[in-house]
Ligand binder design. Structure first.
Ligand code: CP
Ligand code: NVA
Length: 315
């Protein structure tokens, strides 16, 4: 029999946007708004809790916004970089998950392979939050859709055009968008399209909300009439050795004034950051009047507070 109390006590992980129901996504966005509007609210809700940040790759936004979110909610955090925890090399991911569960109340993990996030979640008795893997960046996507809603309100007829590599940020963005009923257009070079498995999940969610999906190799087709243009770096962390060879395949996928001209005249420009001006986006666009990239970065803080309160059964 379904036991609500047991369910409430069962730990929840946050590996991907797909792990949230549409209703939970809505509740998280509502809670985020409350937290952003009233920064003192829930200021002691993580009192006595310690959260570990297991990061295998560098980070500015994810690390700092999580640390500040935890402090502002009254908790403590410990940053564990690759020198302390080298997943699968110094010790197994299994042993790391079991050990850290004896000390911590939650783990935020940034890993190379998504399998490590899943493995941590499987063996940890505390919630595991994905702070970026090769497959997904769900905390980023929550901040992204919160930022879109902040600009456009609850308006449904929004088309988000992502131009670039169909990997982690793109995957989470497409899932989050269709769950809220936003149309999603993805333009990637051949061979860099989003993974079929993620496209299928996105189609399933879109079916329920009526959102439309376009996957194309043409940035112009994707951006035409869009309310949002989104880009990410061409070379992700861990791909540095592919360098110029990979970047060359993204010729024509730069967001510049010529491309942006095709969008809705009130479009917003978004980027998860870090950005490389002159590569995936020109300076006039990212530093121009349509850009909301620093609102997006700020919203990581508010949205991650909501995630922590939700997973630690405080909300
Ligand atoms: N957008 C994002 O996750 O930034 P960091 O890599 O700096 O954390
Ligand atoms: N796609 C980028 C996102 C960084 C936030 C990367 O994986 O490096």
């Amino acid at each position: 029999m379904y036991n609500i109390r047991k369910t409430k006590l069962m730990k929840r992980d946050f590996p991907s946007i797909q792990s949230l129901s549409n209703k939970e996504l809505e509740s998280l966005l509502t809670l985020t708004k409350t937290l952003k509007t009233n920064r003192k609210k829930y200021g002691q809700d993580l009192k006595g809790k310690t959260i570990g940040l297991v990061f295998q790759k560098p980070s500015n936004r994810t690390r700092v916004s999580f640390e500040v979110a935890i402090w502002q909610l009254g908790g403590n955090c410990i940053y564990l970089g690759p020198d302390e925890i080298n997943l699968g090399k110094r010790e197994t991911t299994h042993d790391v998950a079991k050990t850290l569960s004896r000390y911590l109340d939650a783990i935020v993990a940034r890993t190379f392979t998504h399998g490590d996030i899943v493995e941590l979640g499987k063996h940890a008795s505390v919630p595991v939050i994905n702070g970026l893997s090769d497959l997904a960046h769900p905390c980023q996507a929550l901040a992204d859709v919160f930022s879109i809603r902040e600009k456009f309100g609850k308006q449904k007829n929004i088309t988000v055009a992502y131009v670039g590599d169909g990997n982690n940020v793109c995957h989470s963005l497409m899932l989050a968008c269709v769950k809220l009923g936003y149309n999603i257009h993805i333009a990637s070079p051949k061979g860099f399209e989003p993974k079929d498995s993620v496209v299928q999940l996105t189609q399933k969610s879109a079916h329920a909300t009526g959102a439309k999906i376009l996957i194309t190799n043409s940035p112009q087709e994707a951006v035409q009439g869009a309310q949002v243009i989104y880009s990410d770096v061409f070379i992700s962390m861990g791909e540095e050795t592919q360098g110029a060879a990979k970047a060359n395949q993204f010729t024509g996928f730069q967001v510049n004034s010529g491309l942006a001209k095709l969008a809705d005249k009130n479009y917003i420009y978004m980027h998860c950051l870090p950005a490389h001006r002159g590569e995936e986006v020109t300076a006039d666009i990212i530093d121009g009047p349509h850009s909301i990239v620093f609102d997006q970065a700020e919203n990581r803080l508010h949205v991650q507070k909501a995630v922590l309160l939700f997973l630690l059964n405080k909300k």
